[in-house]
Write a protein that binds this ligand. Structure first.
Ligand code: SAM
Length: 283
């Protein structure tokens, strides 16, 4: 691919030249070391289409394009970054498309007809979990891999095993359709400005279609009800949902082979699937 990406100035200069500073309210912590952004980008590219949320000054964006993303769709809420991103659009001969909006308002599946797309982002902490859940529960699944930089504590929740403290809604939803692992950690000191906590890059690979759990909506309801009160036994935390669905809680738990006195962290992902399968749809 012919482009001028390697002639772009270092990211420190980009911030300086455009008078850009980090805004806390938008979770802005920049990765200015292009060796590090290259390492992240190589987990996602080459690929025909990559979605990046929050390109900011564009370090990861440049790396994705250099690593062989044929097209990058970037969604950036902060319009101050449009001029530096315009420089990348020009240097990449139009392989970058920037959408200046709130990623929470975008249906990522609508960005392109090309399937599957990949998602690669250094996510803003304040909306990272919400975006991840939106992408996990999107129907039909439009992505084959997500490479996401998250707070380490959130990353650990995504890949947690049953019985562990970190196991919860994120692990159940993610494990129902994807195989996830933490690729590497990134210390807070690698960011400008450094956040209060360390980060980690997770990779989520979608499972083959016949292994993906289908009813993520019901699963999301059940995990919200149970892990929302994680210290309570299931016979307590699921009572309201059983009432709403007009079913006997005891029979529901029995048919799902779930012990009423268990707490949610001891139920494995298959157990949650059985709970979802045995909850009749609302009349
Ligand atoms: N990708 C850049 C990097 O690695 O240096 C910046 C990452 S910074 C952690 C998060 C970015 O997400 C910022 O550029 C911020 O403006 C943007 N952002 C925050 N909330 C957003 C939202 N709701 N929709 C789109 N972008 C958002």
């Amino acid at each position: 691919m012919t482009d001028n990406l390697n002639t772009l100035p270092p990211l420190h200069n980009v911030l300086q030249r455009h008078g850009l500073f980090a805004k806390k309210s938008l979770g802005q912590h920049f990765l200015l070391d292009l060796n590090l952004t290259d390492k992240i980008a190589r987990l996602a590219a080459p690929h025909p289409v990559i979605l990046e949320v929050g390109p900011g000054p564009g370090g990861l964006t440049r790396s994705l394009l250099l690593a062989g993303a044929e097209q990058v769709f970037a969604i950036e809420k902060d319009e101050r970054f449009l001029p530096p991103l315009q420089d990348i659009i020009e240097a990449s001969a139009g392989r970058l498309v920037v959408n200046n909006t709130d990623a929470l308002q975008v249906d990522a599946a609508e960005l392109t007809d090309i399937r599957p797309i990949r998602i690669c982002a250094n996510l803003p902490y304040n909306v990272g979990t919400k975006l991840l859940v939106n992408w996990l529960t999107a129907k039909p699944q439009f992505w084959d891999r997500m490479v996401l930089m998250l707070q380490k504590e959130v990353a650990m929740r995504v890949v947690a095993e049953p019985g562990s403290k970190a196991y919860g809604r994120l692990a159940v939803l993610a494990g129902s359709i994807a195989h996830g692992h933490i690729s590497f950690d990134i210390p807070a000191s690698a960011f400008t400005p450094p956040p209060k906590v360390d980060s980690a890059v997770i990779v989520l690979d979608i499972l083959p279609e016949n292994q993906r759990y289908k009813d993520l909506k019901t699963l999301a309801q059940i995990t919200a009800a149970t892990f929302g009160q994680r210290r309570k036994m299931l016979r307590k935390s699921l009572k309201q949902l059983a009432n709403i669905h007009n079913i006997s809680l005891d029979k529901w738990l029995e048919s799902a082979e779930i012990n009423p006195t268990d707490r949610p962290e001891t139920v494995d992902i298959k157990g949650f699937h059985r709970l979802a399968e045995n909850l009749p749809p609302l009349g």
